[in-house]
Design a binder for this molecule. Structure first.
Ligand code: AMP
Length: 176
């Protein structure tokens, strides 16, 4: 799926946070009422018949549309956060980044084996952070796990999808 209105309103910030990165700034989509509606409507159409019981949003840009979608689906919303942010008991997953190791966490009581889960984030680049979130969610042994990004980056030879097994159901609203 590729959406002209969303693509037209998405801000590109060159050389942020470091030289050479073309940062896709979804804040210009979230602040625009029409774009926000399009995002949530399109996500709802994709997932309304999947029996989703929990939407997991990845900190922090995955929280915005993730929570709005959970409300539309009649599902709950769960935060997947960076290390040290969640106050109760957590389980963790660590993954290698370009420089060093990153760790993400979820509360131990955030999902159960009865859940059908959608993990949502704003953007797929290398896929490392989503794969870690996917592996973390699998520790709860949910019935099924879907994956969604607003944006899939395929420029500069990125192929984040290749990190995921073919049987994982991944959707994106925009490909760049
Ligand atoms: P990755 O783990 O490499 O797929 O990176 C995805 C995460 O990093 C997402 O949470 C994005 O918000 C962020 N990210 C990576 N590259 C970009 C980019 N070019 N523009 C905006 N966000 C990015």
């Amino acid at each position: 799926m590729n959406n002209e209105i969303l693509l037209k309103n998405l801000r590109n910030v060159p050389d942020f946070p470091i030289p050479g990165i073309q940062f896709k700034d979804v804040s210009t989509l979230f602040k625009n009422p029409e774009c926000l509606r399009i995002i949530v409507d399109e996500l709802y159409e994709l997932y309304k018949d999947k029996g989703i019981t929990k939407v997991v949003g990845i900190e922090s840009r995955g929280f915005v549309a993730g929570a709005a979608l959970a409300l539309r689906l009649g599902a709950g919303f769960v935060m997947c956060r960076k290390v040290g942010k969640l106050p109760a008991d957590v389980i963790q997953e660590s993954y290698a980044k370009e420089y060093g190791i990153d760790t993400i966490e979820m509360h131990t009581d955030s999902l159960s084996p009865d859940d059908v889960v959608l993990i949502h984030d704003d953007l797929l680049a290398t896929g490392g952070s989503m794969l870690a979130a996917y592996n973390l969610v699998q520790k709860f042994k949910p019935k099924k796990t879907y994956v969604n990004f607003l944006i899939e980056l395929t420029i500069e030879g990125l192929n984040g999808r290749a990190l995921f097994d073919d049987d994982i159901d991944i959707t994106t609203l925009m490909k760049i």
